[in-house]
Design a protein around this ligand. Structure first.
Ligand code: PAF
Length: 281
């Protein structure tokens, strides 16, 4: 496994593979890797000749300085996991390498980016579009892999790729969960032991809401989920929206779309956790 610190070296390694007719799978990450990331790597491994993983905590997508400061950074461990997973290349640059000067690009991400995370984390998706567009340009991947825990992010990246004319397949991969249901996230390590015991209630209530939804309206299902989670000690729902799985726009009834997903953000103490559940596909 080769570890690249500069854009130039990474670009030439991936360009060489493409020029040899090889497919390149890219897995963008911010490090602090867990089984969720490794499931993306495994899929990329199965579907491509050459697999590259980026490990970069992208400052432009953090709208909260404290969140950026405390984001877990575990590079040595990440590299050991990626090497064991059979990755060919890791791109782990410095902030100065990726942003030699400030990135002032503003992407017209449209309606998919205006709701939910877009509303509660202003600038977040523009920062994601900045870094992912740079990574797509450097790696010129055949396919890029993203986890469905960040469900809205995938829709935003599809939109950015369309705007920028990138010719690649964006592959969305199912959420990986702990055995108690908690969606795997690099932020889970910041939960206290007590919060870690409470956090699986988010997934439990989302799963229960699928049965509830069979006999209730969309509005009643939202109220059910929000009330059940807010009743748990240390938990506060920031938003729960039930949306069309492609456009990310809220639906009022179960007949409104063939693809309906509930997206939630919950503060568990100070830790912001996100999750989602598919009601219809
Ligand atoms: O999902 C993430 O970890 C990040 O948002 C991504 C896609 C790696 C961009 O920094």
């Amino acid at each position: 496994m080769e570890v690249f610190r500069t854009v130039k070296e990474f670009e030439s390694a991936t360009a060489k593979k493409r020029s040899e007719g090889k497919s390149v799978g890219l897995v963008p990450t911010m490090g602090a890797l867990h089984e969720g990331h490794l499931s993306l790597v495994e899929r990329a491994r199965r579907e491509n000749d050459y697999v590259a993983v980026s490990v970069f905590v992208n400052p432009t997508q953090f709208n909260n300085k404290e969140d950026l400061r405390t984001y877990p950074r575990t590079e040595e461990h990440d590299l050991a996991l990626l090497s064991a997973a059979g990755v060919d290349a890791v791109f782990a640059p410095s902030v100065e390498e990726v942003y030699p000067e400030p990135d002032t690009r503003v992407f017209d991400l449209g309606a998919v980016a205006e709701v939910m995370e877009g509303k509660y984390r202003p600038g977040h998706f523009n920062g994601v579009a900045q870094i992912v567009s740079k990574l797509f340009r450097y790696a010129n991947p055949t396919r890029a892999y993203f986890g469905e825990k960040d469900f809205q992010q995938i829709a935003v990246i599809r939109r950015m790729a369309q705007l920028e004319g990138f010719d690649l397949e964006i592959v969305s991969c199912p959420i990986k969960r702990e055995s108690d249901g908690l969606a795997l996230s690099s932020r889970n390590v910041r939960l206290t032991a007590e919060q870690r015991k409470l956090a699986p209630n988010i997934a439990k209530i989302l799963f229960e809401s699928c049965n509830f939804a069979k006999l209730h309206t969309v509005a009643e299902t939202i109220d059910y989920v929000v009330a059940a989670i807010n009743a748990i000690d240390q938990m506060r729902v920031e938003y729960y929206e039930i949306v069309d799985g492609t456009t990310m726009q809220a639906v009022d009834s179960w007949d409104q779309s063939d693809y309906i997903v509930g997206c939630i953000t919950v503060y568990c103490g100070e830790v912001r956790l996100i999750d989602n559940i598919c009601y219809k596909k």
